[in-house]
Design a protein around this ligand. Structure first.
Ligand code: HDE
Length: 701
């Protein structure tokens, strides 16, 4: 020990409710402060040995080498080195929350599933939303399909509905899944692009797979850039089966319908949100739940029989097709509510292992070749990702009902049975669990026959009719967005032949769409691809559009108020309290995050500094500023962009008199009906009523 004061790398920690003084520091003379501050538990190694010093590794001499003997240091670094598990090969970036499913309509005539026997039954749920292509650290607003995976912890075990926010899929047979995913992931030689389909390999694959055309219409639509997880629909995609107590099967498709309504962003907004807040979607979910504004979805089912399946235009086993709600209405049988954020992201969201093969008595699979392939893939992938077969023992994956089996041993086995019987049948009096012929899971006794062949059924051969139906069911704004998205994506494709091949499919969907994209790309329209089966005309389905199914209030939305010192207090308070009482969240964006001094001398704390709070983060904005404040903002790029973007993205904008200077500086010179002048506090109401429409689309032309 030297006489010199010993250098201490840790600064004093500010005290607050959550932060205590650092427990183990050395005094000037090098002596250790023995006891932890307050009643904090003692720091130990993973083996439980109390730790004296967590700042310095054990050295031979003050400036000498670190000693191998330092088991605390070695254990800490070793653990750190092993802290990552492989990310999911798809759907790597996701976010989860807890909640419950409450059955609102019992359906014992359709299914013997325990949860559906009585209205009012509640089962715990865990839901994970995700993007597909990007890695774990990618941004939230990628143009992509969103995963919508629901784990229901029922009395009869775990039932996972591993769905998406789009009701169809790119491919018909699971054997093409690795090809599809390889084509969209970063290209293998160059390692880019991240979380994007706008590149050669994806469109090359798509152009060679006409069965993907329906799904591509969806991914090029605004469905692929949702405003928030809370405003998306979810779909089980495949046709499943309900099975009742008599063993009678009925086909079923599962739907999740957001009570909050549907809502998406525009592409330019998505790009800017990715820069301003790459965690936009996960934060949105977290903040809504923490604020007690629990997102909710209706569980709906489309139930149909063999007769319907036989006369339906397409094969109900083909996941590139949906059944329009106009043909088979969605019956609501439950509500899914998310009311609790996770305690630990890794333990819950990262380790949750959804498996399509997790179904319960009363539910069954069909022969959809995509579903059949998935039933193999998910168990395999979880075993690899979570390191062994005991991933079912991790609390987030463990059933919440009693469970007993003879699986044993393996990595990290935590539930180890007592006694001698590790096999079944056995003759020990207390030999453990036995099968229950009447209550156990049974598959529908379906009769299948035919030659063993690698073949795609003829009933899967129509590739364009529903793509056309989807496109024609959209509003004009939505159609324009689809054309713009395809044009954008193909403009990132470098090989002209690939662009032309994609283009050649579009006339089979809609000639105007094809023409628009060709013009947007500056290309001659190539000859149309020869369809295997001539597309048929199908009736428009309003349920396929987002804008025809938008919200009916601003509840759950986020209003941004751009305010400066001297802003009219009455106006700021009117917008704020009006929005909050309508169930919206309000954030104050100010030149300084400390907040602003309003006209009445009151202090309004800020949520964002103008540079960090661009208008893309809000559903609508109010610009309530003083003359002086407007002048200052007008000389700043983020100030000008705030109003220019809000206007360009067709948002409703409320503005005080003094805001004119800023609006003009941002190039916002039109005062259309989406621009609401705040002359007095009562105008706040007019503004908030207008906001229910979410966008003033007329501005888009
Ligand atoms: Fe998946 N999919 N998938 N998928 N999928 C995975 O499982 C797979 C498909 C979906 O939040 C993987 O846990 C195959 C359709 C979601 O953890 C993997 C095929 C639909 C999630 C896998 C499909 C989905 C996954 C990767 C073609 C909508 C994330 C990591 C037949 C109905 C779940 C993992 C979560 C995840 C395989 C197609 C939805 C590799 C082989 C269709 C929401 O097992």
């Amino acid at each position: 020990m030297t006489d010199q004061p010993i250098y201490q790398p840790t600064a004093d920690v500010q005290k607050s409710d959550e932060v205590t003084e650092h427990p183990a520091t050395r005094g000037q003379g090098g002596e250790l402060h023995q006891e932890p501050a307050g009643d904090a538990p003692r720091l130990t190694t993973a083996q439980g040995i109390p730790v004296a010093d967590d700042q310095n590794s054990l050295k031979q001499g003050d400036r000498g080498p670190t000693l191998l003997e330092d088991f605390h240091f070695r254990e800490k670094i070793f653990h750190f080195d092993h802290e990552r598990i492989p990310e999911r090969v798809v759907h790597a970036r996701g976010y989860g929350a807890h909640g419950y499913l409450e059955v609102t309509d019992a359906i014992p005539e359709l299914t013997s599933a325990s949860l559906f026997q009585k209205a009012g039954t509640k089962v715990p749920a865990f839901v994970r939303f995700s993007t597909v292509a990007g890695n774990k650290g990618s941004f939230d607003l990628a143009r992509d399909v969103r995963g919508f995976a629901v784990k229901l912890y029922t009395e009869d075990g775990n039932w996972d509905i591993v769905g998406n926010n789009i009701p169809v899929f790119f491919i018909q047979d699971a054997i093409k899944f690795p090809d599809l995913i390889h084509s969209v992931k970063p290209e293998p030689d160059r390692g880019w692009p991240q979380a994007q389909s706008a590149h050669d390999t994806f469109w090359d694959f798509i152009s060679l797979m006409p069965e993907s055309m329906h799904m591509v219409m969806w991914t090029m639509s605004d469905r692929a850039i949702p405003r928030s997880f809370r405003f998306m629909e979810g779909f089980g995609v495949h046709t499943f089966r309900f099975v009742n107590a008599e063993g009678k099967g009925t086909y079923v498709k599962f739907h999740w319908k957001p009570k909050q309504g549907l809502q998406s962003v525009v592409w330019d907004e998505a790009v800017k949100i990715n820069g301003a807040d790459p965690d936009f979607h996960r934060k949105d979910l977290w903040h809504a739940i923490e604020a007690g504004d629990y997102p909710e979805w209706e569980l709906g089912v489309q139930v149909f029989d063999h007769e319907f399946a036989d006369q339906f235009e397409f094969d109900v086993l083909d996941s590139t097709k949906l059944i329009p709600e106009e043909q088979v209405p969605v019956r609501v049988i439950g509500r899914l509510v998310l009311d609790r954020v996770v305690d630990n992201f890794f333990a819950e969201t990262e380790q949750v292992a959804f498996c399509t093969q997790n179904i319960v008595p009363g539910i069954d699979f069909t022969n959809d070749p995509l579903l059949q392939g998935r039933n193999f893939s998910y168990l395999d992938t979880q075993t690899k990702r979570l390191g062994g077969p005991n991933f079912t023992q991790i609390p987030i994956n463990a059933p919440k009902c009693p469970f007993h089996h003879f699986q044993q041993d393996g990595h990290m086995a935590m539930q180890n049975p007592k006694g001698r019987a590790a096999y079944e049948p056995n003759s020990w009096a207390k030999g453990g669990p036995r099968p229950r012929p009447k209550q156990g899971f049974e598959s529908v006794a379906e009769h299948n026959e035919g030659p063993k062949r690698r073949i795609r059924a003829e009933t899967f051969a129509d590739h364009y009719s529903q793509a056309r139906q989807f496109y024609l069911s959209q509003t004009k704004v939505e159609k324009d967005h689809i054309a713009d998205a395809i044009t954008f994506e193909l403009s990132k494709v470098e090989v002209p032949e690939i662009r032309a091949r994609v283009l050649s499919h579009l006339p089979n969907i809609d000639k105007d769409l094809a023409q628009k994209v060709a013009e947007g790309l500056g290309m001659e329209m190539p000859e149309a691809a020869e369809p295997y089966r001539t597309p048929i005309d199908l009736p428009v389905s309003d349920k396929l559009s987002i804008l025809k199914n938008g919200p009916d209030s601003i509840a759950g939305r986020k209003i941004g108020i751009l305010a400066t010192d001297g802003a009219d207090a009455e106006l700021v308070n009117a917008v704020k309290s009006g929005a909050e009482s309508a169930g919206a969240m309000v954030e104050i964006v100010a030149p300084q995050v400390g907040g602003v001094k309003l006209s009445d001398g009151s202090h309004m704390p800020g949520n964002e500094k103008i540079d960090g709070g661009p208008s893309v983060l809000y559903d609508a904005v109010a610009v309530i500023v003083s003359e002086e404040g407007a002048g200052k903002l007008a000389s700043m790029l983020p100030g000008k962009q705030f109003v220019a973007d809000a206007f360009g993205h067709c948002k409703f904008i409320a503005y005080s008199d003094a805001a004119e200077t800023l609006l003009n500086a941002g190039g916002v010179t039109d005062r259309d009906e989406g621009m609401i002048a705040l002359k007095s506090a009562s105008d706040a109401e007019t503004f908030l009523e207008a906001c229910v429409a979410m966008r003033f689309w007329q501005r888009a032309g």
